[in-house]
Design a binder for this molecule. Structure first.
Ligand code: ASP
Length: 352
């Protein structure tokens, strides 16, 4: 074989290798990355080392680790990212430490109204519930909406009727009563009364939906990548304390508080929901990756900055199809953690 023939042959072989390595084989999809993992959050806000005592810090660390482990085990045993996300969120919903499920904050009327959502990045199916008062694990009801109904978002009594039809257990609204949250509501109410004379009613209602107790929001969320390369995301919350008039935040709004797409990433948000809805924040991260070619970190950090400019404080957890993770936030702290293939679970709270 002469020299130019050899060069031509080498060129063809090289082109073939490039073609095969990008997965462009007819009818075959790109191989999933040989990894898996889960990332969770337990809310963003003023979580400062000096205001957190050792006992509480330990309790949060233990519960976050338990949630991570519940999700990780499922992934390790070839379970789906949707299963892992639901399991991790349920652990946090069952704990009074977080503003979701058992530990939900009170509305202005003294009730607990829970919002949750879940999304499957493989199918782009999603389910969500808002304003439910008698469902122990709202994330599981969100999943039922995704899998057993033709709808995406069900609210209030309708959502609860659907839960009953599907055989899901109800709990009494008293189940969600915790002294700590009740006291926090009384405190904010007293302050609201004082301020009433000074401000217009509309402004007052807006100002008072925040967590006066600690300044933290406390919503929970999880995102996961499974061994088959499928992504999922979920979020669950009691919303913002002293919320009124059936207020619903970003957590059950697909694209705002939760988003997952195998093409890009899975995202769960926490923070001042109104800003996240107006910014379609979680979808924005995915869109920046899909249309602008940003990587996960660049996209999620950019959206935190965009929100900050509008006045929206909070953060995200995110994972992409290669197992890269990102956990940016603009608040003082964010309860968060991750468990990636073969590595010990890691939990963080402050800026570190
Ligand atoms: N995003 C939630 C909401 O606005 C609150 C939170 O993240 O803690 O309802």
């Amino acid at each position: 074989m002469n020299y130019s023939k050899k060069i031509r042959l080498l060129g063809i072989v090289w082109l073939l290798i490039c073609f095969l390595s990008t997965g462009h084989i007819s009818g075959r999809e790109k191989e999933p990355a040989d990894t898996f993992g889960i990332v969770i959050h337990g809310g963003a806000g003023v979580i400062a080392k000096k205001t957190m005592n050792a006992k509480n810090e330990r309790l949060y660390r233990e519960k976050l680790t338990e949630a991570l482990t519940a999700g990780y085990r499922i992934l390790e045993n070839n379970g789906s990212s949707v299963d892992a996300v639901e399991a991790a969120i349920k652990v946090m919903e069952d704990s009074p430490l977080f503003n979701s499920g058992k530990g939900a904050v009170f509305t202005g009327e003294g009730a607990n109204e829970l919002d949750a959502s879940i999304m499957d990045g493989k199918t782009l199916n999603a389910g969500a519930v808002a304003g439910v008062r008698r469902i122990k694990n709202p994330v599981s009801l969100a999943r039922l909406v995704m899998e057993k109904s033709p709808h995406v978002l069900l609210v209030g009594e309708g959502a609860e009727a659907f839960a009953r039809q599907e055989g899901m257990d109800w709990v009494s609204p008293d189940y969600f009563f915790t002294k700590r949250r009740w006291k926090a509501l009384q405190k904010i109410k007293a302050k609201e009364k004082k301020e009433k004379k000074k401000t217009s009613p509309g402004k007052n209602a807006l100002n008072s939906i925040r967590n006066e107790e600690t300044g933290k929001f406390g919503t929970v969320g999880a995102v996961a990548l499974d061994k088959n390369g499928n992504l999922a995301a979920g979020t669950s919350t009691g919303g913002m304390m002293n919320k009124k008039f059936g207020r619903v935040g970003d957590s059950p709004v697909i694209g705002a508080g939760t988003y997952a797409n195998n093409k890009t990433c899975a995202v769960s948000a926490t923070g001042h929901g109104e800003y996240f809805i107006r910014s379609v924040a979680s979808y924005d991260i995915s869109a920046l990756m899909e249309y602008k070619g940003l990587n996960l970190r660049e996209a999620s950090e950019l959206v935190v900055e965009k929100l900050k400019k509008l006045g929206g404080i909070g953060g995200f957890i995110a994972i992409d199809g290669r197992g890269n993770i990102s956990m940016p936030f603009s608040s003082a702290g964010m309860f968060r953690g991750y468990a990636l293939k073969g590595k010990k679970p890691t939990v963080k709270m402050y800026k570190e």
